[in-house]
Design a protein around this ligand. Structure first.
Ligand SMILES: C[S@@+](CC[C@H](N)C(=O)[O-])C[C@H]1O[C@@H](n2cnc3c(N)ncnc32)[C@H](O)[C@@H]1O
Length: 200
């Protein structure tokens, strides 16, 4: 089973695997952004973050490789009268020429060999003054049962982010938090929270 089939299977039910509410950490950074900014959500799944930021008046685009998840996102957006652009793309082969003011990720876990490429593409896709904000499971998450991959090569550490974004302003922390995000993420978790700003 490839990763698209894997995720389509996880999202096939009518409920929302990670709930309807935006990821708390991503949402808590909203005051950093000016209205009408262009936001790109990567690995956005069923769209809880995209819906939240679109409702707040941002111009939101979401990418995911699961067509099943993006169909659920679009159905929810339609019901709420929101216009969100979605693209079904495998981020391992993403080619981007557009710039965004904010790039958001919650729990997109790529194999370590592909993470480097993705982070370089994120660097290049940000406008000056733009933010990359994300929450991810750390390698320590192997000691918890609140969600996430069980393969260490798909989990991250602080250095994975610190080694990139040279000359950017960075606030990258590993923390223990309590997750309450649908059936998918429940309980104590070891996460990495990333706030990165492109200053020039
Ligand atoms: C744990 S889910 C998180 C979904 C969403 N960000 C959230 O927090 O509700 C991981 C998501 O990443 C997507 N994903 C994983 N690998 C991907 C890839 N190579 N390209 C695009 N999407 C990918 C999956 O389809 C899935 O929607």
């Amino acid at each position: 089973m490839n990763q698209k089939e894997f995720w389509n299977n996880k999202f096939k039910n009518d409920d929302f695997l990670y709930g309807l509410k935006a990821n708390e950490f991503l949402a808590s950074n909203i005051n950093k952004f000016e209205k009408n900014m262009r936001i790109l959500c990567l690995g956005e799944g069923e769209g809880r973050n995209a819906i939240f930021f679109a409702k707040e008046g941002f111009d939101v685009t979401a990418i995911d490789s699961s067509d099943v998840a993006l169909a659920k996102l679009q159905k929810r957006a339609q019901n709420e009268n929101l216009n969100i652009k979605t693209f079904c793309i495998d981020l391992n082969s993403w080619q981007n020429s557009e710039k965004y003011d904010v790039i958001l990720i919650s729990y997109l876990h790529m194999h370590k060999d592909y993470l480097k490429e993705l982070l370089k593409k994120i660097e290049n896709s940000l406008t000056i003054g733009g933010y990359f904000i994300g929450e991810f499971f750390s390698k320590e998450q192997l000691n918890y049962n609140s969600g996430g991959p069980k393969d260490i090569d798909f989990l991250y550490n602080v250095e994975d982010f610190n080694n990139y974004f040279i000359d950017f302003k960075k606030d990258i922390k590993e923390e223990i938090v309590v997750l309450d995000e649908g059936d998918g993420h429940q309980g104590l978790a070891s996460v990495i929270r990333v706030i990165i700003k492109k200053e020039n």
